[in-house]
Design a protein around this ligand. Structure first.
Ligand SMILES: Nc1ncnc2c1ncn2[C@@H]1O[C@H](COP(=O)(O)OP(=O)(O)OP(=O)(O)O)[C@@H](O)[C@H]1O
Length: 309
């Protein structure tokens, strides 16, 4: 088997807390293949950031190990770190540096002296060219996030790790970012992405891993995961309360109601039940299950699901 870009091997993590120890990761094993775009999904607190902190060498696993192109992130920290470009969730910069200085400083950290051509390309690709000489404190939150991405890529790492890079950023930056990351992936960079935007994961990722309360509960090709959802979804809008029997099946977001339905006969039964309860609906559609439906389904199931590796 070819060497994995990243290999998580039986990784466990326990944090000491005032109330005793808390286990955030349970024996997580996962290989990310060279060149793939892998999405790591899970609800808040599932352990995604803990796993990334261990990959980055910022946190020690309580058990197991992580290899980056064969280098152990604990024992061979420098070699492993050199291969990783990590875009963290938190924004933290020296406010007195300009954007270009921030990137030059980061290049120096990796021992790169003549990196200006690549820095210019990063500034251009991420829409930062006209901010190159602005001080970090003069930038908006979205601009700072772009610098965070540029900073992570300054040493052209073969493996790019993005921890919720689009949380709270506008549509334009998302599109700029995805366009660029997709290009880098096509050029051979491996990408690990955590996100709560499941439509982004569905559009971008070749494979999806799902964590639930610290355990890996799904790992499969995105297309296979979607195909495994045998149901369709009846979706509509209403201002009224649903009868209890339907409410128990439905996912309700504001006025939008989504109810799984296996086939046409089931759709008819659901519509009949709505009519009987005098629920007025609008904008009705029947659609194929998407990644969000699969995610909700898997997260709602019992622990230790079987999954394809
Ligand atoms: N330093 C710490 N000390 C104690 N508990 C921690 C620590 N860091 C994380 N945890 C706990 O570990 C669990 C996993 O947290 P983690 O941040 O890895 O989850 P996550 O999947 O990244 O969540 P989110 O989607 O909210 O970012 C949570 O219950 C969290 O409270």
């Amino acid at each position: 088997m070819p060497q994995a870009a990243v290999s998580f091997q039986s990784v466990s993590k326990t944090y000491p807390t005032p109330g005793g120890s808390f286990q955030a990761l349970f024996d997580v094993s996962l290989d990310i293949r060279e060149g793939e775009f892998l999405g790591l999904l899970g609800p808040n607190g599932a352990g995604k950031t803990s796993l990334i902190a261990i990959l980055a060498g910022l946190a020690r696993p309580t058990g197991g190990k992580v290899l980056v192109q064969g280098f152990d992130v604990q024992k061979d920290y420098a070699q492993a770190r050199q291969r990783l470009g990590i875009v963290p969730q938190e924004l933290a910069f020296d406010p007195f540096f300009s954007v270009r200085e921030t990137l030059q400083f980061q290049s120096g950290y990796f021992g790169l002296r003549h990196n200006d051509a690549w820095i210019d390309e990063l500034l251009h690709q991420l829409g930062l060219a006209d901010k190159a000489d602005a001080n970090m404190r003069q930038l908006s939150g979205g601009m700072k996030r772009r610098v965070l991405v540029a900073q992570a890529l300054v040493h052209k790492p073969p493996i790019i790790v993005l921890d919720e890079p689009t949380a709270g950023v506008d549509v334009e930056l998302r599109q700029t970012l995805w366009h660029f990351i997709d290009r880098l992936n096509r050029e051979g960079h491996t990408v690990l992405l955590t996100t709560h935007y499941l439509e982004e994961a569905e559009a971008l990722c070749h494979r999806i891993a799902m964590l639930k309360r610290g355990s890996l509960v799904a790992l499969d090709d995105t297309t296979r995961l979607l195909a495994s959802a045998s149901h369709n979804v009846l979706q509509f809008k209403t201002d009224q309360r649903l009868p209890d029997a339907l409410a128990a099946l439905a996912r309700v977001t504001g006025r939008v109601v989504q109810i799984p339905a296996r086939d046409a006969a089931e759709v008819e039964r659901l519509l009949a039940a709505l009519r009987e309860a005098a629920v007025v609906i609008s904008d009705m559609e029947i659609r194929r299950a998407d990644l969000e439906d699969v995610f909700v389904n898997i997260m709602g199931q019992q622990e230790s699901l079987p999954f394809a590796v």
